[in-house]
Design a protein around this ligand. Structure first.
Ligand code: ZN
Length: 65
């Protein structure tokens, strides 16, 4: 997957966005410092999503600093 340098990661739920607000939790606390990408398409079937408490299908950062 291509990483877009201008994407921001939400500090609360780690969702990636190119906008100024998190599309998942509506937080505006975004960080440029993140790495790794997880594409969660079916959170109800994903153990990773369950661990991270992700319920909305989206693209997430693995780590946000
Ligand atoms: Zn968020």
């Amino acid at each position: 997957m291509i990483v877009l340098a201008r994407e921001y990661a939400c500090k609360k739920c780690k969702a990636l966005t190119t906008g100024k607000m998190c599309p998942v939790c509506k937080s505006t606390e975004l960080s440029k410092d993140w790495f790794g990408i997880m594409l969660i398409l079916h959170p109800e079937k994903s153990k990773v999503a369950a661990t991270l408490e992700i319920t909305v299908p989206h693209k997430y950062a693995l780590k946000v600093t």
